[in-house]
Design a binder for this molecule. Structure first.
Ligand SMILES: Cc1cc2nc3c(=O)[nH]c(=O)nc-3n(C[C@H](O)[C@H](O)[C@H](O)COP(=O)(O)O)c2cc1C
Length: 326
């Protein structure tokens, strides 16, 4: 099993996952400086017509700040950053965004919703690696056939468009045939769970919801606080809001006037990543989250969250070694 050099020197085996609207340069820079991979969806960088391209500005800022950090801290360099490309037919920006990421030599590319060879080739042309997210073994094989370097197994309980499979089943089946880089996504919010992901056979924990409750995240205060106040039983799995199954905070659904325990099913997929992507007004404040947020008790700077994860990770490792001596 080999970890690509770009991901081999993280402080913790963690990738801060891309979050629609929420991931911004402040969060990515804070995650990378704290020693874990920071990422954002390219589509989060939006300019109004006639304005300079926002994605260019974001990539320039992230690269320059991380370079400065690395010069000042050669012993504790920042982790690399990643950009998420939604490879879906409704994403009219894909070609332009890929071109910009090539120009900026993005080191890690996360692809979602459709594996395409040309995107992998673009990443490889500048020395980047691609990780493709999948919810089952069939999509995993397809992604590797199309040239992805690694996989993100999105299991049950993840925030956003979650899978329905147990993380243990999913990782086990992928590991039967794939020995490349593998991240596990879904309800990971403690150092103990990061270690569990590794014990199962994954190389990295892919963490989203816990980073919503950070000072840097681009989310309203009420959303951050709801993450800090809620636990697994406050999450509902529904396909009503986008046409694709995902996990949402029940209190936000109740606040929008619906009964979270009696949601209708949606018509077939209404996913749209084009310029008109927006939720109906009454759904604007329906907030996504995975099931792991019971571990999140307060809104803190991202670096403080990473410190907690590291403390817990080390303590869990020590506990295990004591229980089962090498
Ligand atoms: C609010 C929200 C928005 C998300 N947006 C994206 C996205 O734009 N692209 C993507 O690949 N994944 C997206 N995800 C999924 C995450 O990248 C990741 O798989 C998930 O958050 C991990 O599970 P966790 O939230 O339980 O840690 C989103 C998740 C959440 C909660």
């Amino acid at each position: 099993m080999t970890i690509p050099p770009v991901l081999s020197r993280l402080r913790l085996p963690v990738i801060g996952s891309p979050l629609f609207i929420i991931s911004n340069p402040d969060l990515v820079i804070a995650q990378c400086k704290a020693g874990v991979v920071g990422s954002f969806p390219a589509l989060n960088a939006r300019e109004k017509e006639g304005e300079p391209i926002e994605l260019e500005r974001w990539l320039t800022r992230i690269t320059e700040e991380l370079d400065r950090h690395n010069q000042a801290n050669p012993d504790q360099p920042a982790a690399p950053f990643a950009v998420n490309q939604i490879v879906h037919r409704s994403n009219a920006r894909l070609e332009r965004d890929v071109e910009i990421c090539v120009k900026h030599k993005v080191p890690v590319w996360i692809t979602s919703l459709g594996a395409q060879e040309w995107v992998n080739e673009a990443a490889h042309s500048v020395g980047g690696i691609t990780l493709h997210d999948v919810i089952n073994n069939r999509f995993a094989r397809k992604a590797i056939e199309k040239g992805a370097d690694g996989l993100i197994a999105v299991a049950a309980g993840a925030g956003g468009h979650a899978g329905a499979l147990s993380p243990m089943a999913l990782v086990q089946e992928i590991r039967e045939w794939f020995d490349g880089p593998l991240a596990l996504s879904g309800a990971i919010a403690t150092g103990d769970s990061i270690l569990a992901a590794q014990a199962m056979g994954a190389d990295f924990a892919y963490i989203g919801s816990a980073f919503i409750a950070t000072e840097e995240a681009n989310a309203v205060a009420g959303y951050k606080q709801m993450i800090a106040d809620s636990g697994a039983s406050d999450i509902v799995y529904s396909n009503l809001f986008t046409g694709v199954w995902g996990n949402y905070l029940k209190p936000s659904i109740a606040a929008a006037g619906m009964d979270p325990d009696n949601l209708e099913r949606s018509a077939p997929s209404t996913m749209d990543f084009g310029p008109n992507r927006q939720k109906p007004k009454s759904w604007k404040e329906i907030w996504g989250s995975g099931q792991g947020i019971g571990a999140v008790k307060e809104v803190v700077p991202a670096a403080v969250l990473v410190d907690r994860l590291e403390r817990e990770y080390r303590a869990a490792r020590d506990r295990l070694f004591r229980a089962v001596p090498a």
